[in-house]
Design a protein around this ligand. Structure first.
Ligand code: NAD
Length: 368
């Protein structure tokens, strides 16, 4: 049912090609007929110069207040000293779940046209928790001593160490997120990926916890598990056998990109980072700065992220209409950007804003 009030959403246009893509997506989302009240918030390198931080509190406050945000890509300058804004946002807003639907629309260039998988990646734990011991550091020497005392294992002197924490708490909530997504979106199976045969106390814990959650809380949805290497093999041979796949952070990162490859590349790979209170929707790709201001890059990945936002707020009818329009534009293959043409220098490739025009025209045709 259509809400009478406008949805209040923070919109971060990003930098590089972000603002052009964001503008295309704003137009398309508004053309669905759903009412939005955007709170535009800038973040990134330019903001760093003016406000001394790339991610001012006003951005976090805006998202916290609204619970919803859509975000264009933001450049992380190499060697600038500021860490990735994307990582900071995930931490500040406790966005523990990264959702990456990987659906191959008819007409995209892919060897795996049957792919329709949703990757659910845990965002905070695992080897990405940021607990690292540097070569030569005094703390590393103490850690080596501790390991020698407790395990009897002598690590080499020239070692660096990263720690892999995986908790019951973190696993329960990511597995629940996967099952809840499956339930809300009519999906029938959840697969948990791990390397429990080797890392018993981390991946083993992940698997055991996932099995318990599946059995006790979601008996109506099929559950299975796969060792991560086997999963990768199967995803590139029989992707149609997978539905929702839930993974710890590191494997999730890698398999998400594998998924983007299965469905035709970065130009069509959407995503969302979701917590209990807040959801931030963004494309998988970065700011592609070399194309900035050229009206060239593909806005579909962020459009499909906008589609996820519509489903998240339960505007299902608008979401279906938007998806139908995007699918039709992709299937026809005319009003698409260079990356979706048979050759990258195809003279018939259109620009970012033309894709938005074509999608809006398709939606209007359906409505007429
Ligand atoms: P990138 O995704 O920006 O671009 C890599 C290449 O992929 C581009 O040169 C282009 O050929 C292609 N590409 C990317 N997006 C496309 C689109 N929408 N349409 C058509 N082609 C597209 O990756 P990068 O060059 O490694 O990163 C650039 C900057 O973006 C870096 O500073 C990086 O840290 C940042 N980044 C930001 C995010 C984010 O904000 N979520 C994500 C990834 C990278």
């Amino acid at each position: 049912m259509r809400s009478l009030l406008a949805y209040r959403v923070t919109f971060i246009p990003g930098d590089g090609t972000g603002p052009e893509i964001s503008e295309a997506v704003r137009r398309v989302l508004e053309a669905t007929g759903v009412e939005f009240e955007w709170d535009w918030q800038t973040a990134g390198a330019d903001v760093y110069e003016e406000e001394g931080t790339p991610l001012p509190d006003r951005v976090i406050e805006s998202i916290k207040e609204r619970g919803l945000a859509i975000k264009g890509p933001i450049t992380t300058p190499v060697g600038s000293g500021f860490r990735s804004i994307n990582v900071a946002l995930r931490k500040e807003l406790d966005l523990y779940s990264c959702l990456r639907p990987c659906k191959a629309y008819a007409g995209v260039r892919t060897r795996f046209p049957e792919t329709d998988i949703v990757i659910v990646r845990e965002n905070h734990e695992d080897l990405y928790a940021g607990i690292e011991y540097e070569l030569g550091d005094e703390k590393t020497a103490r850690l080596r001593e501790f390991i020698k005392d407790t395990e009897g294992t002598e690590l080499r002197e020239d070692v660096g160490v990263s720690i892999k924490p995986i908790s019951v708490f973190g696993t329960k909530r990511i597995v629940r997120a996967a099952f809840d997504y499956a339930k809300a979106n009519g999906r029938s199976k959840v697969t948990a990926a791990h390397k429990a045969n080797i890392m018993k106390f981390t991946d083993g814990l992940f698997l055991k916890t996932a099995q318990e959650v599946a059995e006790e809380e979601y008996p109506d949805i099929e559950f299975e598990d796969r060792i991560i290497d086997n999963l990768c093999n199967q995803l590139v041979s029989r992707p149609e056998e997978y539905d929702v796949v839930v993974l710890p952070n590191l494997y999730g990162d890698i398999v998400s990109d594998l998924g983007a490859g299965l469905i035709g590349g970065l130009g069509v790979a959407p995503g969302a980072n979701i917590g209990d209170e807040t959801a931030v929707f963004e494309a998988v790709h970065g700011s592609a700065p070399k194309y900035k201001g050229q009206n060239k890059v593909n806005p579909m990945a962020l459009m499909l992220s906008g589609l996820m936002l519509l489903r998240h707020i339960d505007e299902r009818e608008a979401a279906d209409r938007l998806e139908g329009a995007i699918a039709e534009v992709i299937r026809e293959g005319e009003s698409v950007t260079y990356d979706m043409k048979p050759s990258r220098d195809d003279p018939t490739a259109v620009g970012t804003s033309d894709v938005a025009d074509a999608v809006i025209a398709k939606m209007e045709k359906v409505a007429a």
